[in-house]
Design a binder for this molecule. Structure first.
Ligand code: HEM
Length: 377
């Protein structure tokens, strides 16, 4: 069976096998599309602040420039900070679930995404970066609009929304950096500011602000997606949910299975730096490749019975956070948020149930719910 599909109109080779996707993601002969690529593909990119931000970010840089930015941001993800975040994730989850209980106490339905799915990662990203809680609300809309950038094919409307959101986020983070300059705190903004102000050229002011925007955008919509997908997957598989409720030690495996079965980030792109053979097909130098992470996660050569949702899988390897040099920096944090939420919501609400059809996000790259109505009694 063919596993590499070239699509003429999109001019990309779609890879659907786990082994092929993994090989490309870790191969230094495949690069992420960078600012030079963007300048060729989107000649008017200077008119789009969102393009400038995205294609100069670590997500779209290669080689030593990528390593430099990644190493600096990695400092903000220390083990100490991760441990501190766990306590706060638990506290925020409990508060949000209290609100969810109130909203559904009369037997009516409430939207999980609005009350829990979005506010939880916004609060966590806010704490990591150093955004004050009263500003969290604003980030919901801005994060959603900025994440239109992750679409493989962007409409003029996508660009418009992403540009406006990026301009607003840059303004916000410029002001936050100024505040931290006079009053540092224990957050990623202050960590990066210390590097910037060391004055040895490791980080420019623009890179500092844009990195904060990137981390927010990368870590918020994706995790909000995972949380909704996790709740929905377990509610749609009562036998599996019963297992998790009986044996809470299965919670991390349940989150892993959600990442595999309903992959939040469906695909990512690379460019061949030279002619390379993948899955029996030669990708020519300069050729675009789309690794379909969601398909790889359901590859029968990698996972037995791949379309079955089972929390009992052992050592299941997923590509949901990519692989290689761009492997998601927030993977541990996202898994932890997922595990805290799944553990707490299903032990607290034993009668949690869907209340009507959910609404999926109109998006090619991000698998997510815009609306997920649930009842608790
Ligand atoms: C379920 C939640 C998440 C998913 C599914 C996800 C997925 C991904 C994927 C697929 C990539 C790599 C894209 C590529 O290879 O081209 C990535 C990169 C990245 N993610 Fe995540 N992510 C999630 C949560 C987070 C969180 C919580 C943060 C921050 C706290 C974060 C920060 C980043 C950053 C900074 C990168 C760029 C890494 C690099 O280019 O070196 N992500 N993520």
């Amino acid at each position: 069976m063919r596993s590499v599909y070239y699509n003429d109109s999109l001019d990309t080779y779609f890879l659907t096998r786990f082994a092929d996707c993994q090989a490309v993601l870790v191969d230094p002969d495949f690069l992420v599309p960078d600012l030079d690529w963007c300048a060729r593909e989107v000649p008017a990119w200077r008119e789009h602040p969102a393009a400038g931000l995205f294609y100069s970010s670590m997500l779209r840089r290669n080689g030593s420039e990528h390593e430099r930015l990644r190493r600096l941001v990695g400092r903000g993800f220390s083990a100490r900070r991760a441990a501190a975040l766990r306590t706060s994730v638990e506290g925020v989850t409990d508060t949000l679930l209290d609100r969810f209980a109130d909203a559904t106490a009369d037997g009516g339905a409430a939207d999980f995404q609005e009350l829990v799915g979005y506010p939880l990662p916004v609060a966590v990203m806010g704490e990591l970066i150093g955004v004050s809680p009263e500003d969290h609300e604003r980030f919901h809309g801005l994060g959603r609009d900025a994440s239109r950038l992750l679409e493989p094919v962007r409409t003029p409307e996508d660009w418009g929304r992403a540009d406006e959101a990026v301009a607003a986020l840059r303004e916000y983070f410029t002001a936050l950096v100024d505040r931290r300059r006079s009053r540092p705190a224990d957050d990623l903004t202050s960590t990066l500011l210390a590097v910037r102000d060391a004055g040895d050229g490791r980080l420019t002011e623009r890179e500092l602000v844009d990195t904060l925007v990137l981390v927010l955008v990368a870590g918020f919509e994706t995790t909000a997606s995972l949380l909704g997908l996790a709740v929905f997957a377990l509610l749609s598989h009562p036998g599996q949910l019963a297992l998790v409720q009986e044996r809470p030690e299965l919670v991390p495996a349940a989150v892993e299975e959600v990442l595999r079965w309903d992959t939040p980030v469906q695909m990512t792109e690379r460019i061949a730096a030279r002619d390379v053979k993948v899955g029996g097909v030669t990708i020519p130098e300069g050729g675009n490749v789309t690794t379909v992470l969601a398909a790889a996660n359901r590859d029968p050569d990698q996972h037995t019975d791949p379309d079955t949702f089972s929390v009992l899988r052992r050592d299941s390897k997923v590509l949901s956070f990519s692989a290689g040099p761009h492997y998601c920096l927030g993977a541990a944090l996202a898994r932890m948020e997922g595990a805290v939420l799944v553990g707490r919501i299903f032990s607290r609400f034993r009668k949690l149930a869907p209340a009507g059809p959910p609404v999926r996000r109109a998006s090619i790259s991000l698998r997510s719910f815009d609306y997920l109505p649930l009842v608790t009694t």
